[in-house]
Design a protein around this ligand. Structure first.
Ligand SMILES: C[S@@+](CC[C@H](N)C(=O)[O-])C[C@H]1O[C@@H](n2cnc3c(N)ncnc32)[C@H](O)[C@@H]1O
Length: 396
């Protein structure tokens, strides 16, 4: 019980200071006053927001407070040996070759889960179908992240490799499989196991089966029952007499188990007829009860994993690839897609973490949509690119 109320306070408590900070600093762009400093041997850009850290995320993530982030949106190395071409020389990027890739992935994912709020959301990009199943299985077994959606970035008919058309009669062709024009984005809800059963759920159950929710209404009900000297059997009998139905719903009305309030008809015909009187905020009877219920329901929305549907809400995202000329990073992600993910999965005052920020695309999307951003990048020159991009987008 205490833990649940701590969660409630935690969530409410975090939102307020952020709003205040944004107001004080005139919004995100005004707050982007980063200055570099050394923190425990690491270079960090400090300031109210965004927070940009340069270094290995496995060293930096443990420095972030638990339950402080609403959304992790990140693009880790895919472990496929991504190459960069410079002056006709092709080189494999060292950061994209990792031994014990699944173990390493679990290390950063576990840290991300620790910093996520209990109702946080996590996305990570990948494109290797051989490694994704192993990752999903490891996540299922060893983390408390609940897999929700498999999203596809369809880059469209933009790749037209010549080999596609050069099939010779002997069947000798360079391409031996369907050409992949997609990247994938895996979507999870935080579902902490150490919390009450209700907290393992991702949606409405977190509210309706949470004993701490709707407490004022539940306490009113118990107090009225005592005042009127009524038993559950008395209420059941009245309910069946008035509605003609078996009293199954009475297990939920005003109770901890899948809490509900009755309809006006049932409230007036059964409860008020038995002497129950509801008064709240100047409103009496069913109107008062409904008003209190709606107020609390809105407040508890913050306990659910955040998800706001938009138009064409499917898991296929059509967007052309970023042309190689003029892009900052070989694996750069389109800011449009990232902005959409933020709008759908992170409340407007929320905090977003990208622990493999590369050229800072997630940070740019955060600035554009008014979310706070924490970014980590190991490569010093890429860190500088990200820092500059994020500052410039804030100045726009
Ligand atoms: C796939 S790229 C991210 C690209 C990014 N989405 C963008 O739009 O620019 C992954 C990045 O993670 C960085 N990286 C790899 N291992 C890291 C680690 N252990 N800690 C922090 N950054 C790391 C790499 O330097 C690389 O820039």
């Amino acid at each position: 019980m205490e833990k649940e109320w701590n969660f409630l306070r935690g969530i409410r408590g975090k939102i307020e200071p952020v709003k205040k900070a944004q107001k004080r600093s005139g919004g995100i762009s005004g707050a982007l006053l980063c200055t570099r400093r050394e923190v425990g041997g690491l270079t960090m850009d400090t300031g109210t927001e965004p927070q940009l850290w340069q270094g290995d995320c496995l060293s930096i993530l443990p420095k972030l407070p638990s339950h402080s982030v609403d959304l992790v949106l990140t693009d880790p190395p895919y472990n496929i040996g991504v190459c960069t071409q410079r002056r006709n020389k092709v080189a494999v990027n060292e950061w994209d070759r990792i031994s014990d890739y699944v173990g390493w992935s679990l290390a950063w994912l576990t840290e991300c889960q620790r910093v996520l709020k209990p109702n946080g959301v996590l996305y990570f990009w990948h494109n290797d179908m051989r490694q994704i199943p192993a990752l999903l299985e490891a996540i299922r077994q060893h983390t408390e992240l609940a897999f929700v959606s498999f999203c596809i970035w369809n880059k469209g008919e933009t790749y037209r490799a010549k080999s596609w058309r050069h099939r010779d009669p002997d069947g000798k062709t360079a391409l031996r499989s369907w050409f992949n024009i997609c990247e994938y984005c895996l979507h999870f809800f935080n579902a902490p196991k150490d919390a009450d059963a209700s907290w393992k759920c991702t949606g409405l159950d977190r509210i309706n089966s949470n004993p701490s929710c709707y407490r004022p209404i539940k306490e009113w009900y118990e107090a009225e029952k005592r005042r009127l000297g009524l038993t559950d059997a008395d209420i059941s009998e009245k309910y069946t007499a008035v509605t003609g139905r078996k009293p199954h719903m009475l297990r939920h009305y005003f109770r901890d188990s899948q809490f509900e309030i009755p309809t006006r008809e049932v409230f007036e015909g059964v409860y008020e007829a038995l002497g129950f009187r509801y008064k709240s905020d100047g409103c009496q009877g069913y109107v008062g009860l409904r008003k209190e219920y709606e107020g609390l329901r809105k407040e508890y929305e913050g306990l659910r994993n955040y998800h706001r549907c938009d138009e064409m809400h499917s898991n296929v995202w059509n967007h052309p690839p970023i042309p190689s000329h003029g892009r900052y990073h070989t694996c750069q992600k389109p800011v449009d897609i990232l902005e959409r993910i933020l709008r759908v999965s992170c409340r407007p005052e929320g905090t977003v973490l990208d622990c493999f920020m590369g050229s800072g695309s997630t940070g740019v999307a955060c600035v554009k949509t008014g979310r706070r951003f924490i970014g980590i990048e190991r490569d010093p020159s890429m860190f500088d690119v990200a820092n500059r991009r994020i500052r410039e987008s804030a100045a726009d």
